[in-house]
Structure formats: C-alpha cells, structure tokens
Design a binder for this molecule. Sequence first.
Ligand code: SAM
Length: 350
Amino acid sequence: MRVRSRRFAHAACRILLPRAQYGNAHCTARNDGPRKRRSPQSQTQLPPMANKATHDHTPDSSAPPKLAVSLYVVATPLGNLRDVTLRALEVLAAVDMVAAEDTRTSATFLGAHGIRTQLMAAHDHNEQAAAARIVELLASGRSVALISDAGTPAVSDPGARIVRAVHDAGFRVTPIPGPSAAIGALSVAGFEGPFEFHGFLPPKSAARRARLRQLKALPRTLVLYEAPHRIVELAHDLAAELEPARRIVVARELTKRFENVAPLTVAGLKDWLEHDPNRQRGEFVLVIEGARPDAEDNAEALRVLGLLLAELPVNAAARLAAAITGASKNAMYAHALAQKAASADRAQPT
Ligand code: SAM
C-alpha cells in the first residue's frame, strides 16, 4: 500500500485508529525515495489505500481523497467497539453527515474512535422526514452515512425506507458491511445450507405460535431475534410447536463480556434458560436447524408433488417438488411414478 502524502497519512491514521492507539510515531508515511520494506508492525498501523469504488482520487493532491456522493449504509459493532472495519471508520469520518438511530449512542461510539462528524436523527418515528433530508443533502453534493445503534442498519432496524427513498431519488447507495447478529450467530451454529432470517416473531403468543406452525416444515435453518423479556415465552412456544429433538443454537450477548453460544435442542432450551436466570439476560439470536423432511411421510411434499403432477411431466414435477419442499429428488421421483401409475390404473375401464 502506498500513501501519497504525509498529510493524508496523518489524517487517515487519526480516522483509522482509536485515540489510544495512534501517535505520530506510528503514522510515518513516506513518499520520498524508493519504497522500503516495512516491518509487520508498521504494516498493520498504516492506513489502507482508499477504495477506488468509494473515492474520487486526484493524483498527487495533498488533500484527503473526497468521498463519492452516496448514502453509505455502515455496519457498526454489536457490543465490542473494536468490531468495526477500517473502511467504516474512514467513511464515518469523511461523510458530511451521519444519520443515526440514536444520536447519543452513536456520538459515544464515534467519539471513542475520534470521529466528530455531524449527526442527525433517523429512527422509526421520523424515517420519512429523515429520508427527505438525506435526499436533499445528496442533491446538494454531500455524502451521508446511515448507522443504527448496533449491527447493520435495515436488518431488524430502521433504514430500509431511507434506502428506498434514496434509490427512488436516483442517488447511489453503498454498503459498508460489517457486524450483524444474525450472521455472527449463523457462523457459530454449525448448520449447513440455506437459511431464512425472520428477525423478531410476533410479540403475542397466539400469533407467534401460528407463525411457528407456518415455519415448522421448512427445511431451511431459521434465524430468529428475541428480547430478554420474551425469551422464556418463546422457548415455551418452540417446545409446543417444533419437534423436541430439533437442534437449536442460542447465541447470546455476542462479542460482549458474557457472550454465550450454547448448542441445545428445542426440548432442552427452556430448562437451559431456567437453570440460571443470568442466561435470560441480554440479547439473543436463536438459530434453529431446518426440518428434515422424510419423503416417506412428508404430507406437504406429497401434496405439492400432486399439484405439480397434474400440470407437468414426472421429471419436472419431481424436480420442482424437491426444490420447493426440500424433499429428496429421488424420493419425489419415486412417488411421482407411483402416483402416475395409480392414476393410470384408476383411468382404466374395469
Ligand atoms: N441491526 C442489528 C443486526 O444487524 O443484527 C439488529 C438490531 S435488532 C433491533 C436487535 C436484536 O438483534 C436483539 O434483540 C438481538 O436479538 C439481536 N442482537 C443484537 N446484538 C446482539 C448481540 N450482541 N448478541 C446477540 N444478539 C444480538
């Protein structure tokens, strides 16, 4: 990585390293003479070259690179303040405005990284007005970053309406990816294959159980969020609706002091929570293993197959039924042949 000027290097070091970690001794950038091999330590401390997709470069200019006009949707830490990308800090320091779900929470986070960009509020209750203001800023050539209290904006957090308004107004939207509780939990769950993110289920038990009944046959991993005051209720409802042996991984307080990743079963979740009241505290992601459809007795798969067979040849119907329901293709093919044979028999005059 080459740094074009000393001035940029110092500005970028300020942006990239928490206050306690940067100092002139670490921010040495050279543009005089041949490139020297840097020690591993200085390699980690020098600022990265600005991303071409993010910045307009002026060759040989001594000014910091200017951000392209865009709404930057920036992921911030879930708990551990150091879980933020170098690029996120660079963008948050360089934009003209940071739109934040809670400006006080975000001022603390930005302050911890030595960033003093102006903040405006963008939360559930003012999202439309905030969107209009952000579009105005973009129209006047300014760039804006959108952040939420924790994790990735617009993932069970405000932001989607703002993003849509910016798309509709014809401006660029740029993701600055980073932490999200769902992805963090999924990464430590140990389940393969596709997943579905459902965020928070309905708060009332009857509606929540109805939703679980809709989801229970899905062969995909389910990712749910839950608040501490409802986690035990959710555990009861899961036990009432899902197979007891189904695996479930609790990811609690990720990246924080009392982080807990517990591989359990649906039947064991309630007891695990009630065994120690401390386990009911904090923030939760539940990652639930997908249903394992058994083609022999999977009524839903056979129903879908029957509908498809009425319109399609055996091969196509079996392939689609397997793709829709998660049943095995071979099993669906065998059932399709059997169903066809049975309906041909019925059609024969006796
Ligand atoms: N935008 C965030 C994201 O990208 O994950 C989610 C925000 S949502 C309002 C808050 C919920 O996310 C919490 O109730 C919890 O379910 C989950 N969550 C957030 N931080 C977490 C953490 N450190 N550990 C476990 N779950 C967390």
